[in-house]
Each structure stands twice: as structure tokens, then as C-alpha cells.
Ligand binder design. Structure first.
Ligand code: PGA
Length: 251
């Protein structure tokens, strides 16, 4: 049975104190009312070590939002997968559309990052998704299929077991415009089919999350689809009540 997961992506929001306060609030909320799914928060690098202490021995997993494509050395300002792992984090988001669009992350760079993250024992939340013009041209499957193949298809079965996928249509991220549950299901089924073509039975075990303006009011509908295994949540992960509301969609 594949895992149901709700993961938060804080992006470049919240200072350290605010981040610790949010993690502490979430910890209390989930201790009082156990989630029916795995819960992960992905924070800026500077929060990781401190938040790791807050969420230690709780149901909350911790991840980074990125890591370097180099192992170590003279790469000023970069943070390696090994450094992420040493904070106590277990996950890393890679391939987010904001990284692809604003920081020029190519399929080749992402391949390096995925390899290093896996080699350092991190689980990878790998993001894929088309932009609006691609959807309007009916090219979403072609685009997403290529993103999967170009960065992940050289992995071994053993490596692939530590991949979580997140389908995030770029036109739905932070725009308030959510994909319909049917659009999400269609794409998730397509993605699972691509994975089956390359990794066989592993397709049944890989969790595929939906991301893009997911909120408490639409999460239940989206999560009700058979190939949607949870969500990657941006804006709504910044308020405990909203994030908890999405977690509760699994109840
Ligand atoms: P959003 O972001 O929920 O604010 O649309 C999702 C994401 O980018 O992961």
C-alpha cells in the first residue's frame, strides 16, 4: 500500500522564530488529533536544525526545499545533501518549478541532485508539471513524461523506492487556480503509467502528490481520486489551521 502524504513547502517565508512557532503549533495540533497520513514540513535551510529538535519523536517529518548538485567543496552559498541530512531532515524537495524557472535547474542538474540526495539517505519529493501554454497546447503529458524520463529513469529500482512524486501544474501554484480533481486524476494516472513502463510494479507503490493552490476546502475532493496520494502545500502550509485542515482531508 502506498503512503498518503501531506507535505508543506514553506518556500522563502517565515523567519527562524516564526518557523519554530509554526512547527511547535503543528506538533501540538497533531499530538492532540493524530493524522491519518504521513506529514512532512519542508523548510528553508536555516530552519532545519532547530525545527528538527521541535519535531523529534513526533509524527512530523522534516525536509529541505533544495540541495546542491555538488557533493562538497568550494561552492559558496550552497548546501549539500549531506549537510541537509546532518540536520536530522529526512526529505528534500527537488525539481520545484520555481527552481526550474528562476534558477535555471535543468534535467541534468536535477539528475545530479537526485543522485546525491539518495546517496545521502534522503527521500526525494520530485516535482513535475507543465506551464499554462503547454496545457493550452495540449502538451501536458508530453512535458511531464519528459521531466520524469530525463531526471529519474536512470535510477535503479532500489533508488526509485525513495522517490515521492509531486504533480504541480505551474499555472495552479500560488494562483488560487486549482486543477480540477479530474484534471489531477488524469495526470496522476498518466504519471503512474509512465512509472509502470519504466519501473514496473513500483508504480503501484510510489506516492504521487498534487500541488497547486490546495486548501482545506478543495483537498478532500482532490484526495478522493484513486491516483492522488496527498498534497504538496505552499501557501496553506504557512498557517497551522489551514495545513491541519488539509491533513484532515484524509479523515
Ligand atoms: P501553493 O504552492 O500551494 O501556494 O500553490 C504549492 C507549491 O508550490 O508547492
Amino acid at each position: 500500500m502506498r503512503k498518503k502524504i501531506v507535505a508543506g513547502n514553506w518556500k522563502m517565508n517565515l523567519n527562524l522564530q516564526e518557523g519554530v512557532a509554526l512547527a511547535t503549533e503543528l506538533k501540538a495540533a497533531l499530538a492532540a488529533d493524530k493524522p491519518n497520513c504521513d506529514v512532512v514540513i519542508c523548510t528553508p535551510f536555516i530552519h532545519l536544525a532547530t525545527v528538527a529538535d521541535v519535531v523529534k519523536n513526533t509524527v512530523i517529518g522534516l525536509g529541505a526545499e533544495n540541495c546542491a548538485d555538488k557533493e562538497k567543496g568550494a561552492y559558496t552559498g550552497e548546501v549539500s545533501a549531506a549537510q541537509v541530512k546532518s540536520t536530522g531532515a529526512q526529505y528534500v524537495i527537488l525539481g520545484h518549478s520555481e527552481r526550474r524557472a528562476y534558477y535555471g535547474e535543468t534535467a541534468e542538474i536535477l539528475k545530479e541532485k537526485v543522485n546525491l540526495a539518495l546517496a545521502n539517505g534522503l527521500k526525494v519529493i520530485f516535482c513535475i508539471g507543465e506551464v499554462l501554454e503547454e496545457r493550452e497546447a495540449g502538451k501536458q503529458n508530453e512535458v511531464v513524461g519528459a521531466q520524469l524520463a530525463d531526471s529519474l529513469f536512470d535510477l535503479t529500482d532500489e533508488q526509485f523506492a525513495n522517490i515521492i512524486l509531486a504533480y504541480e501544474p505551474v499555472w495552479a501554484i500560488g494562483t488560487g487556480k486549482t486543477a480540477t480533481a479530474e484534471q489531477a486524476q488524469d495526470m496522476h494516472a498518466f504519471i503512474r503509467g509512465c512509472i509502470a513502463g519504466r519501473f514496473g510494479d513500483a508504480a503501484e507503490n510510489v506516492s504521487i502528490l498534487y500541488g497547486g493552490s490546495c486548501k482545506p476546502s478543495n483537498a478532500k475532493d482532490i484526495f478522493s481520486k484513486p491516483d492522488v496520494d496527498g498534497g504538496l502545500i505552499g501557501g496553506a502550509a504557512l498557517k497551522c489551521e489551514d495545513f491541519k485542515g488539509i491533513i484532515d482531508a484524509w479523515k
